[in-house]
Design a binder for this molecule. Structure first.
Ligand SMILES: Cc1cc2nc3c(=O)[nH]c(=O)nc-3n(C[C@H](O)[C@H](O)[C@H](O)COP(=O)(O)OP(=O)(O)OC[C@H]3O[C@@H](n4cnc5c(N)ncnc54)[C@H](O)[C@@H]3O)c2cc1C
Length: 254
């Protein structure tokens, strides 16, 4: 990789200018890096140009006064070993690389008004128990709502994840996993708010689900597609919830 700044000595390296590249990728965010590694693993000669001083884009970090901050993403998924949602593990494996990860014991620790403190534990039962302790009258609804999120996640985790714009891919996925596809199709017209209100009536708990959705989709539950919510609200409580060992500590307050 080289940098893009005119002052950069790397750009003055003649070998870069005189080499014939099969592909030149502009930007070394996760998208650019994964594209580059996939092409390189197939034997292509690839040049990645980045205008910033370090690679990573929104998945990168910066340091101030001895503290390390995430530039954007703070919970990178895809480092699991099972299912099809382990996209980053597979992207790294394509170029014989690995990254050391550690289990993320608590994905988000919410600190909300009315002293509502909830940890999204990696252990699903522990999360359900903790939320149920805070809303004992909604224990059953909580279980049903998050079980439904899990059913969506399991369907996604059973199918090959590629571009939804490729018709050939959609057909292949449907015929290889019709049950998971039909399960997901059922959720297409639904949003997370619809599902939550089917099981839950407590306004404070519904507000909590709104905030959970907001953390992921930047809109409340009524505007968060059920399939997105299923993915995000379940994945923190799976074995796939791992983070790179070097990742910074995180905590979100609302
Ligand atoms: C606040 C925030 C939180 C997020 N949280 C998560 C999360 O928890 N989990 C998760 O999976 N995802 C998360 N995301 C999303 C994830 O970070 C992005 O989807 C992903 O990093 C985007 O990668 P990208 O390669 O498409 O773009 P970017 O990461 O934006 O990379 C683009 C790169 O291109 C470079 N560039 C741009 N123009 C030029 C140019 N002309 N010449 C050279 N280089 C150029 C930029 O400097 C940058 O390095 C979050 C994003 C944000 C902003």
């Amino acid at each position: 990789m080289t940098t893009h700044s005119p002052a950069s000595p790397a750009i003055q390296d003649n070998s870069i200018a005189t080499t014939t590249w099969d592909a030149i990728i502009i930007g070394s965010g996760m998208g650019g890096l994964v594209t580059a590694t996939q092409l390189a693993s197939k034997g292509a000669k690839v040049l990645v140009l980045e205008r910033y001083t370090i690679p990573g884009g929104s998945g990168g970090y910066f340091e101030r006064n001895g503290y390390r901050f995430d530039a954007g993403a703070s919970m990178i998924f895809g480092f699991g070993t099972e299912g099809t949602t382990n996209l980053l593990t597979r992207a790294l494996a394509a170029v014989d690389a690995t990254i050391e990860t550690i289990p993320d014991p608590v994905q988000i620790h919410y600190h909300l008004p009315n002293d509502l403190k909830v940890k999204v534990h990696r252990d699903y039962e522990q999360f359900i128990q903790e939320l149920g302790d805070r809303f004992p009258h909604e224990r059953q609804g909580i279980r049903k709502f998050y079980d439904e999120c899990w059913s969506i996640f399991n369907s996604l985790n059973a199918m090959e994840l590629l571009s939804l714009e490729e018709l050939g891919y959609l057909m292949r996925v449907f015929f290889s996993n019709p049950l998971a596809c039909l399960n997901l199709a059922k959720y297409l017209p639904q949003n997370a708010g619809d599902i939550a209100r089917r099981y839950i009536t407590d306004p404070e708990l519904l507000k909590f689900i709104d905030i959970e959705c907001y953390c992921w989709s930047v809109v409340p539950a009524d505007l968060t597609p059920a399939i997105n919510a299923g993915w995000y609200l379940a994945i923190g409580t799976t074995a796939a919830s791992t983070i790179p060992k070097a990742a910074s500590a995180k905590s979100r307050s609302n």
